[in-house]
Design a protein around this ligand. Sequence first.
Ligand SMILES: Cc1cc2nc3c(=O)[nH]c(=O)nc-3n(C[C@H](O)[C@H](O)[C@H](O)COP(=O)(O)O)c2cc1C
Length: 365
Amino acid sequence: MTLPTLQIGDHIAQHPIIQGGMGIRISGANLAAAVANAGGIGIVSAIGLGMNSAYFDPQQSNPKKRQAQFFEANRLALIDELQKARDLSPHGILGVNVMVAARDYEILVKTAIAHGVNLIISGAGIPLKLPEYTADAPHVALVPIVSTTRAAQIICQKWHRHQGRLPDAIVVENPQSAGGHLGAKAADLDAPNLAAAVVIPELIAYIRAQWGTSIPVIAAGGIWNRADIDCALALGASGVQIGTRFITTDECDADRRYKDFHVQAKPEDVVIVPSPVGLPGRALQNAFVHQVLASGTPNPKETCFANCLQVCKFRETRETYCILRALDRASQGDVETGLVFAGSNAGRANKILPVAALMAELTAT
Ligand SMILES: Cc1cc2nc3c(=O)[nH]c(=O)nc-3n(C[C@H](O)[C@H](O)[C@H](O)COP(=O)(O)O)c2cc1C
């Protein structure tokens, strides 16, 4: 069977596949453009891009100056990344993923709009203000990420009441399998009511009953192969969002050692780890994760680096770790002392391949 196209707002992708945004610098311009060129939707993660850019001096010892420089560097580095993605994919559908939990959320959203993105995907919190920040750009599609129908209800009601609009699509991320931060408490991760087979039909029914329309619902978490895509579509989803599988591609923007670590991982290496954001995360076990699980705080002498999050346990109480530095170390190739986020399927990759080959495999008739 040929896969259907995916329409989100004014944009029609040849294949119903969104590449999930992956920070920090796991999904940058190279990966996003390659996916867009292959007929999917490519997503640049906007988070923490300034960290390893020419705009930021990590040696700056004055914390106030460092913070100010960090946020400005994020903004400038995002502009560079979006320009690069557009140069690599002049006609593809390109978006950004911006985490609500970031302190520079509004600036990053507005910067992305000003630099030509086709859509904004936003989770790690409830993106209640997204339509307000993008009111001058009605052509940009807005796509919240939720794990429950309740969260989608809150978003639809608030967006409709205050801005007269509904989401252009909704990503349903299954916390039982997705990589990165998860939208449920650790104790609730196995709750049957969070399964995709429950939430996707429930959300589609809610949208039809409450709003008398249909909004594309996108299944995320644990999508690995064509059979998984077919399953998601059979539940009523209009498309899928895939993260982990795109890590083991040539174009993924992470260091080669990060990709190799994924290739070498076994299914039992995927673990749940606490994060300073206050949500559990799914990651590959390594020396860093062992220390977090054993002692809670691997680097007790570390201090807050850039005040990057709205709410951060590490900044406030020194619990857990600085997630900015932990994710950055990993994406630079330090896979033992960094945090390597991964979905539950991570142990299945056995090679690194070009995005075009992966997309061909996923979409073959
Ligand atoms: C390394 C990594 C980093 C991620 N970073 C983000 C992020 O910054 N923001 C976000 O909304 N989701 C993030 N995610 C979630 C993905 O966008 C996607 O929804 C999820 O990985 C889907 O599950 P899968 O990995 O099983 O395909 C990340 C996932 C991974 C594996």
